[in-house]
Design a binder for this molecule. Structure first.
Ligand code: GRF
Length: 202
């Protein structure tokens, strides 16, 4: 029998701590009505891919180096999304821009998490410690994380949920990054659960 759970595709390029938090929430937490059916990464050696393998989750390494020219990578992404009947695409530290064709096809069903309070401190080049450096340089007294729908441009699209934290006078980019990341791990599953709930009522 086909599972009635919502199928999530997680796109990740790095350590995958958000992916782990989401996975944990599918196993008895807020996301019990969902499962991670697929992980896509442009980085075959990243922690997210390792974790997926460890948990027997289907993981696909798709990069323009492997698939050349880029258009083939784009086709491959669309193909695996379709084959795994994906309901929601979850970007969790994915360092590549999603191809326009994917954004078009899954519009309203793609979410991202950004470690700052958008619309501030987002856009091209705003990744990793750059974001937290910018927050500190701007003298912000608070920061946090934002979950938002994905549109064609970086860090645009309607905001779904945010969680705030204080910026301390003693903060370094690294300490702020780790405080924000902790928030992300509870915020992301909660935001995804709210989307699943709203998809159900439509
Ligand atoms: C997170 O800070 C997320 O907000 C950003 O990329 C980072 C990914 O971290 N988009 P991880 O791989 O989930 O630990």
């Amino acid at each position: 029998m086909q599972s009635s759970k919502k199928h999530l595709a997680v796109f990740a390029s790095g350590g995958g701590s958000n992916f782990r938090a989401i996975y944990d929430a599918t196993r008895g937490g807020l996301l019990q009505e969902a499962e991670v059916s697929l992980v896509i990464s442009n980085n075959s050696k990243c922690g997210a891919i390792e974790f997926a393998k460890d948990k027997n989750i289907f993981a696909e390494h798709i990069s323009s180096v492997k698939y050349n020219p880029e258009v083939k990578a784009e086709e491959k992404i669309l193909q695996v999304l379709q084959e795994n009947t994906i309901d929601l695409i979850v970007l969790a530290g994915y360092m590549k821009k999603l191809p326009d064709s994917v954004v078009e096809k899954y519009r309203g069903r793609i979410v991202n998490i950004h470690p700052a309070l958008l619309p501030k401190h987002g856009g091209e080049g705003m990744y990793g410690l750059n974001i937290h450096k910018a927050v500190l340089a701007a003298g912000e007294r608070e920061s946090g994380a934002t979950v938002h729908f994905v549109e064609g441009e970086y860090d645009t699209g309607a905001i779904i949920m945010q969680k705030r934290c204080e910026v301390l006078p003693t903060d370094t980019p690294e300490s702020l990054q780790s405080r924000v990341k902790e928030l992300e791990h509870t915020l992301y599953p909660k935001a995804i659960a709210s989307i699943i709930l709203s998809q159900k009522s439509h």
